[in-house]
Design a protein around this ligand. Sequence first.
Ligand code: G3P
Ligand code: CA
Length: 269
Amino acid sequence: SINPTNLLTSSYEKIVNVAHRGASAYAPEHTLISYQMGEKMNGNYIEIDLQMTSDGHLITMHDERVDRTTNGTGLVKNMTLKEIKQLDAGSWFNEKYPHYAKNEYEHIQVPTLEEVFKEFGQDANYYIETKSPTVYPGMEEKLLKLLEKYNLTGVNGQPSYVILQSFSTESLKKIHVLNEHIPLIQLLPDSSPEMTDLQLASIKKYSIGVGPSFKRIDQKYIEKVRERGLQIHPYTINTREDMKKALKWGVNGIFTNHPDLFHEVLKNV
Ligand code: G3P
Ligand code: CA
């Protein structure tokens, strides 16, 4: 059975259900439709990966190239926003996942981060990743400016409107210097071995926790992280069985393409 004390954490009270790339099992990832679906399916956070266009606009996309998730080809950093906006970011999904295909997914656009904030404002929470920050100098400053414009920073509530995440320690430290109030999560790559005490202590200086691959962790790992006062949000958990296991082990939240399923699992705990 699941230990109920695991359901309360010291600084962020509830277990967070992060809609990974939106409800990306059911709709084309990183589109407004996918994010809306994540909200409807009771995700607590919309997970967003950031890339930046050649004319300096932050857009929501996982890959540095547009090839996988649009009908275009090339690197985002070499394309203007106007060029990005001409791409079809939905038809690929219908072809790849006929079971979940919908006509409305055809010809949808790649959103800018600003369009996402305009759509959801303070009615949603955002879990935003600075992707490839070395490819995009200035990405952090632009992100913080946009967060300020939409009143998503400052003294954060429970839960905070925004959590920022990155595999890049440098990017997180930079953000921490710019605004020390925004909760940060240090992502850890698939290849990352168990953290040493020294590494955990160093992560704690700028972040509230870690985001490891679920494949790399077990109960002992989670206990070690939490005993040192850090939270743990593993990615990406998509089956009921693994969700239950993660809860039993004591995670503080998870990234999932199926926020509806995790909501159901949480209700039955
Ligand atoms: O941000 C958590 C998880 O999404 C990290 O992996 O490659 O899906 O961004 P990735
Ligand atoms: Ca991500």
